[in-house]
Structures are given as structure tokens and as C-alpha cells.
Design a protein around this ligand. Structure first.
Ligand code: B12
Ligand code: SF4
Length: 519
């Protein structure tokens, strides 16, 4: 089948989904359990099932900062441990049971978080629930915990542990995100295994976003995360301290303030660390800013293009460049040696049967190095959810399937089945040899890192559970990171040569190292 119907034919063989990637480790019930270990706090990132359509490797690129951030705020007289069930090492340690167990809760893995909470509570631990889903639905989380944390855990966590010590634990702790961000302690990256991720240097320099797209978590009713930034010197110090060649910014939008991004680039430039970040496409309004990003080590950006249809952009309240200008802006990044990973959403009201083939062709033509696809998902509490609810288009409220890989609402010009099949086809098409080849870098010197990376990331889903379980993720990526880093350094040298005043990197490096107090 060809043309716009191609996405709707079912594949002959559905993708294989290893059990370890779909089923959470069993929690063995025990009749008796010893006394809790006093002043031991265990922080748990619960298991969530992985979609077989994307890369399993995506989940072990860099750790989320939810728990390492609050670990950084743990009082000195408490011992803290970290357990991520997605690293396939089994259920969290519970013998002896920790005095306090903190669990982060997202919509998609809320059920697993509650199961873990019940398991630990039955052993005598006090369970504290926090995180995005608790921030949006505290009433749902509360019965499953001894205490819930709503808002900024860096602020509530020390108070919670203090109250546990005094025997005065409250049911609920609130801390709005409206305060100065600079004084936060650095996240405890040392708690995370360095072998388990491509890089442990996930960093967050800013909170919130100045836009308010109708489908975004940040637009949830009752959630207020004003835009706030961290001192660039502190961010640079954190990156240096983790001693990895690659850092990943997990900010919602590192480009939300251009003046801040410029200051941050000035602090990062001497580090020789390559980094990636999510930014909005409008940073390309200013070529000099893109150049500064590259000179500061930016090797890749994650861009939420969302859709190629301006009507969809307007209905989602997404501000920024129009779709017809996307390709030109992608070239601006590329001319500065910055790779583009595009994020696209399918299922908007103006999307018809041709949306999938049009998108796939555009991605090949624009030669995006990588892309991710999402089925439009109305998160509860967002303007999009309210709209779908009013129009009676919500299909079900099984939150576990609100993972952007499943259709949970009735699309306007597609059937739910067509949307699901089209989404799955987009991934097959992106990972096809033909598409990988079509999107190769123009200059052959970039091919080794690009092809090796593409095949490890996209064609190794059978290998990923093995690499994850045996903590080989970092080792598998290391040679490719080094190739990409060298390539980026060559680009930087080329850009530097064309600068009006060129300073010796080594000299700047020394100066800034001492300025940020990194020794
Ligand atoms: C890193 C990341 C990932 C990583 C790791 C995810 C993981 N679960 O470990 C990867 C790449 C694997 C990933 C995948 C996905 N992600 Co993601 N991801 C992020 C990202 C960029 C950063 C998370 C982070 O570190 N935040 C910084 C920390 C400090 O903030 P925080 O989590 O809110 O934590 C604070 C408080 O909530 C609280 N807190 C949190 N936990 C706890 C626990 C306790 C005990 C206490 C006291 C307090 C507390 O204290 C913290 C400090 O203030 C966010 C965007 C963002 N910037 O937050 C999206 C985000 C979380 N992802 C999102 C989505 C949609 C996904 C996917 C579904 C997309 C997809 N289809 O691939 C998948 C599915 C993963 C899943 N089921 O969880 C959405 C979630 C929307 C929602 N309503 O749930 C977000 C918000 C992006 C967005 N703007 O839409 N993701
Ligand atoms: S630009 Fe991105 S982070 Fe900001 S509101 Fe829109 S989707 Fe959310």
C-alpha cells in the first residue's frame, strides 16, 4: 500500500515487547519484617511500562532530577538511598525497612506508586508521596500515604523528616514554587549509578515556561510554576562537579529568557562539556544567540515543533514561528553545528489522514537527526482536557494509558484506530534504513557518530534490556559521545576562528574555573 494509506496497514509482525519492559518487578509479601532502620530515607522512582514503538534507550539517557533534588535537601543526620525501578534491578530494597520512603508520582505510574506505598507501609515505613501527579491531584494521592508533599519538595522534604523525628508528621505539606531558586542545594547525582545512564549530568537551570500551551502540564489548573532561574555559575559548577563529557538540560524551555540563556552560555563556554537542551524555535530569531550556544558547547536541541499545521498551533495556543519557517530555522541550528531532535504531536483537530505521510516526508527533507512522536494527550486539569470533556470526546480515564503512546480521546477527522496506527507507522518509518540514510549529515565526517548512534538508539530494542540490567548503558554510549564531542569541538574552533576577538580557551577556562570556585 502506498501514499496516504500506507500508515493504516498493520505490520506483519508487531514489535516485540520484553516482559522486563512492561511488567513491574513483583513485590513479595512477607509475613514478618524487622524493625525499621531509624533515620534512613529511601527515595523511589517507580516502574512504568515502556512503549515498544520508541527506543527503550530513551529511558536511560539521563536521570530525572525529581528525587536527587530533594535528596540534596536531606538533613545531615539522615542517610538517604535512591532506587529507580526502571533500571531493572528488581523491587526496591526493604530489609530492614527504611524509616521513611519517599516516592515520586506521575500520572502514568500512579498505580505502581500506590502499590509500592502500601507494600512499604505494611512493613512499618512512613510513606511520603510527592511529584507532578500529587501536585495536580492531591486528593487522589492522600489516602495512599502517611504524608503528601504538594509543590516544591526541596522545601517540604527537610520539614517532613524533621517532623518524623519529633513524631509530629502532618498529613500534608505545601510549598509553592514562587520563591527564589538560587539557594537550592545541588541535586545528589552521586546517588545514581554512573554506569546506568548515558550521562548522570542532568541539570536544570530554570523552572516553568513563559508560554502556556493548552496541552502542556504547565497549563494545569491549580499548578503555578512561575519562570525562575538559577545562577549560571552554580549551574556550571554542578556540571563540572559531575565530571562527564555530556550534560543534558531537563528544563521545560531553556530558551524562555534569551538574556538568561546568553548569561548561561557565557558561564558554560569554558567548560569543554557538550550539552543538549529543550528550547523553543524562536531562539533562532537571533543568530548571535545560536552561535553563543554552540560556542558554549550546545551540540543538540530538542524542539517542540508539535505540528506542521498553523491552525493546530493556534488552537493549542502555541506561540512562536509558523510552520512554513521551520525548515529555515532548522538550518540555522545546523549551520552552527547543533543537531535537531524534533518533537511532534499527532491528533490535533486539523489533522486528517494525510498528516502522517506529510510529517514523515518533511522530517526526511529537513534532515532532522532524530524525532519523537506523541499522540495528543489531554492531561487532566489542562485546558485541552476541559475542551475534550465538554465535547464528550474523552474515551476513558485509565491514567496509565495517558502516556502519549495511546489514543485516549476521539479525534476530529480520524478514527481512534487510524490515529493509533498512524502514530506507530511514524516510528517504523523514522527508524527505517531509508529514513536514517535520508537524514544523514551532509558532511561525511559526521557519519560515524550519526550512524552508530542511530542504530544503537533505534535498532537495538532487543539489546536494551540486557544493557540496562547489566549496567552497560554508559559503556555502550561512551565511544559515540566521544566522537560527537570531538566533532563539536571542531565546529567550535571553526566558529571561534570567525570571531572578532578570539581568546584562548585554556586561559578562559582557568579564569572561570576559579571564578566559580571549582578549583
Ligand atoms: C527527565 C524527563 C523524562 C525522562 C525520565 C522520566 C522518569 N519518570 O524518570 C524520560 C526521557 C524517560 C521521560 C519520559 C517521558 N516523559 Co518526561 N520529562 C522529563 C522532564 C524533562 C524533567 C523531569 C525533571 O527532572 N524535573 C525536575 C524536577 C526537579 O521537578 P519535579 O519532578 O516536578 O520534582 C519537584 C516536585 O514535583 C517535588 N517532588 C517530585 N517527586 C517528589 C517526591 C517526594 C517524596 C517529594 C517530597 C517531593 C517530590 O519536588 C521536586 C523539587 O521541587 C519533564 C519536564 C520537566 N522539566 O519537569 C518531562 C515530563 C515529566 N515528561 C512528560 C511526559 C509526557 C513523558 C512521557 C509520557 C513522554 C513519552 N511518551 O515519551 C514519557 C513517559 C515517562 C513516564 N511514564 O514517566 C511530561 C509529564 C506530563 C504529565 N502530566 O505527567 C513532562 C512534565 C513534560 C511536559 N512538559 O509535558 N521524561
Ligand atoms: S512551550 Fe513547551 S514547556 Fe512551554 S508551555 Fe508550551 S509545551 Fe509547555
Amino acid at each position: 500500500m502506498n501514499g496516504i494509506d500506507a500508515p493504516f496497514s498493520r505490520p506483519r509482525r508487531p514489535p516485540r515487547l520484553p516482559r522486563a519492559m512492561t511488567v513491574a518487578p513483583a513485590l513479595v509479601p512477607r509475613a514478618r519484617s524487622g524493625p525499621v532502620e531509624r533515620r534512613l530515607a529511601l527515595l523511589v522512582n517507580p516502574f512504568y511500562p515502556k512503549s515498544p514503538h520508541g527506543s527503550f534507550g530513551k529511558h536511560v539517557l539521563t536521570p530525572s532530577l525529581s528525587l536527587t533534588s530533594i535528596a540534596g535537601a536531606t538533613p545531615w543526620n539522615w542517610r538517604v538511598q535512591f532506587w529507580d525501578e526502571n533500571l531493572l534491578q528488581g523491587p526496591p530494597p526493604a530489609d530492614p525497612p527504611p524509616e521513611v520512603v519517599g516516592i515520586t508520582v506521575h500520572l502514568t505510574f500512579a498505580a505502581r506508586a500506590y502499590e509500592l506505598a502500601a507494600w512499604f507501609r505494611s512493613r512499618g515505613s512512613r510513606v511520603v508521596l510527592g511529584g507532578m501527579h500529587v501536585n495536580t491531584s492531591p486528593g487522589e494521592a492522600e489516602p495512599h500515604a502517611d504524608a503528601i508533599s504538594v509543590g516544591d519538595g526541596v522545601k517540604t522534604w527537610p520539614a517532613i523528616l524533621h517532623d518524623v523525628e519529633l513524631g509530629t508528621l502532618q498529613r500534608r505539606y505545601d510549598a509553592p514554587f514562587d520563591r527564589d531558586y538560587d539557594g537550592d542545594p545541588p541535586p545528589r547525582r552521586d546517588l545514581v549509578s554512573r554506569e546506568a545512564f548515558l550521562t548522570t549530568t542532568s541539570v536544570i537551570a530554570s523552572r516553568g515556561c513563559r508560554n502556556r500551551c493548552s496541552f502542556c502540564y504547565l497549563a494545569t489548573e491549580g499548578v503555578s510554576v512561575p519562570h525562575a532561574v538559577r545562577d549560571p555559575k552554580d549551574v556550571a559548577r554542578q556540571i563540572l562537579a559531575d565530571r562527564q563529557p555530556l550534560a543534558v538540560f531537563v528544563d521545560n524551555n531553556l530558551g524562555a529568557s534569551r538574556s538568561y540563556l546568553r548569561r548561561l552560555c557565557a558561564a558554560l563556554r569554558p567548560l569543554d562539556t557538550v550539552w543538549t537542551a529543550a528550547v523553543t524555535l524562536d531562539v533562532t530569531d537571533d543568530h548571535s544567540l545560536v552561535r553563543e550556544m554552540s560556542l558554549a558547547g550546545c551540540g543538540g536541541v530538542f524542539i517542540g515543533f508539535e505540528t506542521l499545521n498553523d491552525e493546530n498551533l493556534a488552537s493549542a495556543n502555541k506561540r512562536g514561528p509558523r510552520a512554513e519557517d521551520y525548515a529555515r530555522r532548522v538550518r540555522i541550528f545546523r549551520d552552527h553545528g547543533i543537531q535537531v531532535n524534533g518533537s511532534f504531536v499527532v491528533g490535533f483537530d486539523a489533522d486528517r489522514r494525510d498528516v502522517f505521510t506529510t510529517l514523515a516526508q518533511w522530517i526526511d527533507a529537513a534532515r532532522l537527526e532524530c524525532a519523537t512522536f506523541h499522540i495528543l494527550t489531554p492531561y487532566p486539569g489542562t485546558p485541552l482536557f476541559r475542551q475534550m470533556e465538554q465535547q464528550d470526546r474523552i474515551l476513558h480515564r485509565d491514567w496509565a494509558l495517558y502516556d502519549t503512546a495511546h489514543v485516549v480521546f476521539r479525534p476530529k477527522h480520524l478514527t481512534p484506530d487510524e490515529l493509533q496506527l498512524g502514530y506507530e507507522w511514524l516510528y517504523r518509518r523514522l527508524f527505517s534504513h531509508a529514513s536514517v540514510w535520508a537524514r544523514r549529515p551532509a558532511v561525511p565526517s559526521g557519519w560515524p557518530a550519526y550512524f552508530a548512534g542511530a542504530y544503537l538508539y533505534k535498532h537495538a530494542n532487543q539489546l536494551w534490556p540486557f544493557l540496562i540490567r547489566h549496567q552497560l548503558v554508559h559503556a555502550a554510549w561512551s565511544p559515540l559521545v566521544e566522537l560527537a564531542r570531538r566533532r563539536h569541538m571542531r565546529t567550535r574552533r571553526r566558529l571561534q576562528r570567525s570571531e572578532p576577538t578570539t581568546l584562548s580557551t585554556a586561559a578562559v577556562s582557568e579564569g572561570v574555573r576559579s571564578a566559580i570556585g571549582a578549583g
